[in-house]
Design a protein around this ligand. Structure first.
Ligand SMILES: Nc1ncnc2c1ncn2[C@@H]1O[C@H](COP(=O)(O)OP(=O)(O)OP(=O)(O)O)[C@@H](O)[C@H]1O
Ligand SMILES: [Mg+2]
Length: 427
C-alpha cells in the first residue's frame, strides 16, 4: 500500500507542482491531505490517516511543540526548504525535524525520505549545509582547553530526593573546572525549582534556561543567543539560571532542552547541569502523549549527557534512596551508567569507617563503585551560602573544596596544578 502523506507546504511557489509530481508518478506515496496551516496539520495527524507529513520551513506557527505532537501521533516529519536556505534548514532541525531536503530535490528523493522517515531509518548526515561550518564566524570558540567547537562535554549532576547535595556538587564542579582553565557553562535544569542563581548571588529575574528552551522551540536559538542568555560569572564560567518558580516547569520542554544542550556543546568545552531528582515517567498521563511531562527535561539531560554523576548522601536513609533511584534510572534509561559520588561523608550515621561501609553497601545493592567521597563540611558550605559565592572563593582551603577540585580534575582530565608558588624576591 502506498504511504499516506499529509503536506503542509502552502505559500511556496512550487507546492502544486511538487504535490502533483509526488502523487502522479509511481513513488509509492499518496497525498491524503493538503493542510493549510499547522492547526490543520495537527488535526489531520490525530485522525490516524497518514503516516508522514511533508512540511515547509515557511509554515507559520510551526514550532518544536507541533513537531513533537506530530511525532507522538505517529506521523514522521520531513522538511523542505528553498534551495540554499541553510538557515531555515538549521531552524527545522532545531524544531526536531531530522530530515530536511531542498525543495528542488527530485520527487523520487523526497518520496524516499518520507519512506525512510516512516521506517525509522537514521538520517545520513546533513543534506543541506552543515551549520557548524558557520561557527568560527560567530567569534565564539569554546574557551580554554577542551574539545573543539560543537564537541563540548555535558556532565549531568543528578541524585535522589532528600537534598543529597546535587546543587553544591554541580556548582562546585563547574567552578573548579573553570578554575582549571576549562570554559564551563553551568545550567540549572531542576524542574522542581532552580536555586543556582541564588547560590551564586545572581539576580534570578534573568530568563535563563526557560528562555533558551523557548527560543529553541521557536527555532531561533543559536550559540550567540545562548551566550546572551547566560551570565558571565567570571572568566571561563557562565551560568544559565533555572526556573525561578517550580510551577513553571512546563516551560522546560524536553525537546527545547535537548537543543539547548546541543548549543551548549558549541559554547563551552564543559557543560555541567544541575538536574531535578525524579525520573518517574508520569504514567497516568501517558494516554495523552502530547501532555507535558514534568520529568521529561531531566530524562532528556540524563540521556544526552556524556557523564551522569549521581550524588548520594552518606547516611542510611540517603543511601537507601540512592539504591532506589539508581534502580529507577536503570529501568528508564538502561544505557546510562552513572558515576556515584557520595557527599556529606562523616563519622556517625553509619558504624565504623564510613567510606568502607558505604562503598560496601552500594556495591552490594547497586553493583556500583563509589567514584569519590566528599566530606561533610558545614562550615565551608555555610560560608559559601552566606556570601552567595563559591567554595573556591570563600573556603579555598576547605576539605570539601579540595575534594571537589580533585573530582573536577578527574572529570575534565586537567590535572590540579601542584601549587608551588614562585617566591618573589624583593630588591
Ligand atoms: N558536603 C557537604 N557538607 C555540608 N553541607 C553540605 C554538603 N553538601 C551540601 N550541603 C548542604 O546541604 C544542603 C542541601 O544541599 P544542596 O542544595 O546542594 O542539595 P540538592 O540535592 O541540590 O537539594 P534540592 O533537592 O533542594 O535541589 C545545603 O544547605 C548545602 O549547603
Ligand atoms: Mg538542588
Amino acid at each position: 500500500m502506498a504511504l499516506q502523506v499529509f503536506t503542509a507546504v502552502t505559500g511556496a511557489a512550487w507546492e502544486s507542482e511538487l504535490v502533483g509530481a509526488l502523487d502522479r508518478e509511481d513513488h509509492g506515496v499518496t497525498v491524503v491531505r493538503r493542510c493549510v496551516d499547522v492547526a490543520d496539520l495537527l488535526a489531520a495527524a490525530t485522525t490516524g490517516t497518514g503516516q508522514a507529513a511533508l512540511l515547509s520551513a515557511e509554515l507559520r506557527r510551526l514550532d518544536g511543540a507541533a513537531v513533537a505532537r506530530l511525532t507522538a501521533a505517529g506521523v514522521a516529519v520531513v522538511g523542505l526548504v528553498e534551495p540554499g536556505d541553510d538557515r531555515s534548514a538549521e531552524r527545522l532541525r532545531q524544531l526536531g525535524v531530522v530530515r530536511v531536503l531542498s525543495a528542488d530535490a527530485e520527487p523520487e528523493e523526497i518520496a524516499r525520505a518520507l519512506r525512510e522517515a516512516v521506517a525509522g531509518v537514521p538520517a545520513a548526515g546533513h543534506d543541506v549545509g552543515d551549520p557548524r561550518a558557520a561557527l568560527p564566524a560567530l567569534g565564539l570558540p569554546p574557551e580554554g582547553p577542551g574539545p573543539p567547537a560543537g564537541e563540548g562535554r555535558v556532565v549531568a549532576v543528578w541524585g535522589p530526593t532528600g537534598a543529597p547535595g546535587r546543587t553544591t556538587v554541580a556548582v562546585g564542579l563547574a567552578d573548579e573546572a573553570a578554575r582549571l582553565g576549562v570554559g564551563t557553562l553551568l545550567v540549572d535544569a531542576d524542574v522542581y525549582g532552580g536555586v543556582v542563581a541564588q547560590v551564586l548571588g545572581l539576580l534570578d529575574e534573568s530568563p535563563g534556561l526557560a528562555a533558551a528552551a523557548r527560543q529553541a522551540g521557536a527555532g531561533t536559538l543559536d550559540v550567540a543567543a545562548l551566550a546572551r542568555l547566560a551570565w558571565s560569572v567570571r572568566p571561563r564560567l557562565r551560568a544559565l539560571t533555572g526556573l525561578a518558580r517550580p510551577d513553571r516547569w512546563p516551560e522546560l520542554r524536553p525537546q527545547g532542552v535537548a537543543v539547548v544542550l546541543g548549543e551548549a556543546r558549541r559554547l563551552a568545552a564543559l557543560t555541567v547541569v544541575d538536574c531535578g531528582f525524579s525520573v518517574e515517567e508520569d504514567e497516568e498521563l501517558s494516554f495523552d502523549t502530547a501532555a507535558p511531562r514534568r520529568n521529561g527535561a531531566t530524562l532528556t539531560v540524563l540521556e544526552a549527557a556524556d557523564t551522569v554523576v549521581c550524588v548520594s548522601g552518606a547516611d542510611p536513609v540517603a543511601l537507601q534512596r540512592t539504591v532506589r533511584a539508581l534502580g529507577e534510572l536503570r529501568d528508564v534509561l538502561p544505557g546510562v551508567h552513572p558515576v556515584v559520588v557520595v557527599n556529606q561523608v562523616r563519622r556517625g550515621p553509619v558504624p565504623g569507617d564510613p567510606r568502607r561501609e558505604i562503598a560496601a553497601a552500594l556495591a552490594r545493592f547497586t553493583g556500583c563503585e563509589v567514584a569519590a567521597f566528599l566530606p561533610a563540611d558545614r562550615r565551608a558550605t555555610d560560608a559559601a551560602l552566606a556570601a552567595g559565592r563559591t567554595l573556591g572563593e570563600v573556603a579555598p582551603g576547605s576539605a570539601l573544596r579540595t575534594a571537589l577540585r580533585a573530582l573536577a580534575a578527574e572529570l575534565t582530565g586537567v590535572p590540579v596544578p601542584t601549587g608551588r608558588r614562585r617566591v618573589r624576591r624583593s630588591g
